[in-house]
Write a protein that binds this ligand. Structure first.
Ligand code: GH3
Ligand code: MG
Ligand code: MG
Ligand code: MG
Length: 302
């Protein structure tokens, strides 16, 4: 039995022929949520909004054809990983090769056989789910269970593009544990690991919104990505994070001026534009962190 495919899954069908859309909807409707689009522009829009598990794509359509839409889907980081299956009456070898070379995962020719279409769709959705799960696992930091730096980088790119599109602000909090080398030296590396785990948990638990991401950026550095969040709101979050870590009250007798483990935080906010990269926000938060360190640690600098 196919357990994975039984979770609710969404299939997008893009085809300029209303009959084909109806036909495929009938074939798959019992098993999946089926969305339809009769031209490429709408198809792309739905793909971005709904992030379906699979896209069934006609080739010959007036205006933007299926090949071009496939190229667009593969070029956008939001839709890149969604498997595309061409469903077409064009059964020539070179058409099929072209479709597969564009990154489509499969090529099905009409007339459609309902059981074969259903089985292929199910298999592709299963594989997609497995790939997603592997990606999730490879995105986790082993010590803390937080997102790792790689995952953070991907999320930042994705949120940046989405913020450009929606014209919304985005904020970053770059944090670094104060005098942590001293902590390791005084209490030992294992105690250091345990302290990092507790700090990570405190950060993750500091009542963030579902879209926010807390990641381990490096050794004792954590970064918090706040989509749709301006500077004022981000400053409140930063204060909450500082407080959450202070509340842990992990003794640290050798920290400068503070008897417990504390954080320094660099805050940067931006309203992303197409011509600036996400890295500039990262650089800015890093510079702010540096200032937080230089102005005495255990504080937020904006
Ligand atoms: P500052 O306040 O300027 O940040 O001083 P610091 O001592 O925290 O900065 P520094 O970068 O010199 O030291 C970071 C320390 O964090 C050194 C390293 O041993 C420790 N560290 C990094 N990753 C881990 C880890 O996974 N476990 C433990 N126990 N320690 C770690
Ligand atoms: Mg057509
Ligand atoms: Mg550091
Ligand atoms: Mg440090």
């Amino acid at each position: 039995m196919n357990i994975v495919a039984q979770q609710s899954s969404t299939v997008l069908v893009v085809d300029d022929t209303a009959n084909t859309l109806e036909l495929i909807k009938t074939m798959l409707g019992g098993e999946h949520r089926v969305l339809t689009a009769s031209e490429a522009g709408t198809g792309m829009k739905i793909a971005l909004q709904e992030e379906p598990d699979l896209i069934l794509l006609d080739i010959r359509m007036p205006g933007v054809d299926g090949y071009q839409l496939c190229r667009q889907l593969k070029a956008d980081p939001i839709t890149r990983e969604i498997p595309v299956v061409f469903v077409t009456a064009m059964d020539e070898e070179r058409e099929e090769a072209k479709g597969l070379e564009l990154g489509a995962i499969d090529y099905i020719t009409k007339p459609l056989s309902p059981p074969i279409l259903r089985a292929r769709v199910r298999n592709h959705i299963d594989l997609k789910r497995q790939r997603d799960q592997l990606r999730r696992l490879s995105a986790v930091d082993g010590l803390t269970g937080l997102a790792n730096r790689r995952a953070f980088g991907e999320a930042l790119e994705k949120e940046w593009r989405s913020a450009v599109r929606r014209n919304t602000p985005i904020s970053l909090l770059m944090t670094d544990v104060d005098d942590f080398k001293q902590f390791n030296d005084a209490y030992g590396h294992l105690a250091g690991d345990e302290a990092l785990r507790r700090v990570a948990k405190a950060l993750a638990g500091a009542a963030l919104r579902p879209a926010d991401l807390v990641a381990r950026y490096g050794g004792e550095e954590f970064v918090i990505l706040l989509p749709d969040t301006g500077a004022n709101e981000a400053a409140l979050v930063a204060d909450r994070l500082l407080l959450a870590v202070r509340r842990l009250a992990i003794p640290h007798e050798h920290s400068r001026g503070w008897q417990f483990i504390s954080l320094s935080v660099g805050l940067a906010s931006a309203r992303p534009a197409r011509h600036v990269g996400a890295n500039e926000l990262l650089d800015l938060s890093d510079r702010m962190l540096y200032q937080a360190k230089n102005s005495g640690r255990n504080r937020v600098v904006t």
